[in-house]
Design a protein around this ligand. Structure first.
Ligand code: ADP
Ligand code: MG
Length: 249
């Protein structure tokens, strides 16, 4: 089944300040869209607003998943509709194990949860995460790289339709980066995952092959293109694109 995540004219304010000033993105199943941009451009704001974090005020526009209005839903309903957010700074949750979390997530969505232990073991091996770490509370006492591998493991077990990955590469060494990006790339084929990958660096995109690269600057998409755009921005910097964003204020 092919799905579409569509963001149209999205405007979002935080603390009364307009951060996103009209974002249009359309991601279909199996596609990888990379969003690159300077610090403060609004990349995390985009991911939080689409997932529905409180405090992100939608001023205008729509976000739909196969036509269903995500903005009208609570975050857990968005997750059940098929959206997954890989956080830039994964939250530590004392007292909740990853298997319990995944089992409950599947069960509450009316999905089969009987294979969770087996899936977690399989995915831990694939992503190179010591299963003993998963007996701990969620993310508690994990290193930055282990947390990102853990986010990827949860993604692989839950098999959402779309994943927004907010700098899943930050804090990763080169081996972890390769493991994470390969696993996500494989998911685009294994279960048709559509990906919105927010990143600063081209490195992530060596294994996680983007179909489209977008540059986000000052709350707008100021350029979109093929994989070459990621190389261009890494060679030339964001300055030219940031200026383009400024003119349309
Ligand atoms: P990026 O992820 O691209 O670095 P962010 O989306 O985190 O950018 O931030 C975009 C802008 O919104 C920045 O100017 C930042 O200071 C501001 N901002 C983000 N979150 C908050 C918040 N909770 N309160 C106030 N300002 C915020
Ligand atoms: Mg950010």
């Amino acid at each position: 089944m092919s799905s579409v995540l569509e963001i149209s004219g999205l405007r979002v304010a935080v603390n009364g300040k307009e951060i996103l000033r009209g974002i249009d993105l359309r991601v279909a199943s199996g596609e990888v869209h990379a969003v690159m941009g300077p610090n403060g451009a609004g990349k995390s704001t985009l991911s939080q607003a689409v997932m529905g974090k409180p405090g992100y005020e939608v001023l205008g526009g729509t976000v739909t998943l196969d036509g269903a209005d995500l903005l009208a839903m609570e975050p857990w309903q968005r997750a059940q509709a098929g959206l997954f957010l890989g956080m830039q700074y994964p939250t530590e949750v004392a007292g909740v194990g990853v298997e319990d979390l995944l089992r409950e997530a599947l069960r509450s969505a009316g999905r089969d949860s009987t294979q969770v232990s087996a899936s977690v073991a399989t995915e831990a091996a694939r992503i190179g995460l010591d299963v003993r770490l998963l007996l701990r509370s969620l993310n508690v006492d994990l290193s930055g790289g282990e947390k990102k591998r853990n986010e990827t493991l949860q993604l692989a077990v839950l098999q959402p339709r779309f994943a927004i990955l907010d700098e899943i590469d930050s804090g990763l060494d080169i081996d972890a980066l390769r493991a994470v990006s390969r696993r996500v790339e494989a998911a685009t084929e294994e279960f048709g995952l559509g990906v919105l990958a927010i990143t600063h660096y081209h490195r992530l995109l060596d294994e996680l092959k983007p179909d489209v690269v977008h540059i986000l600057a000052r709350g707008r998409i100021v350029a979109s293109g093929g994989p070459d755009l990621a190389r261009q921005v890494e060679a030339d910097g964001y300055a030219a694109f940031a200026d383009a964003g400024a003119e349309v204020a």
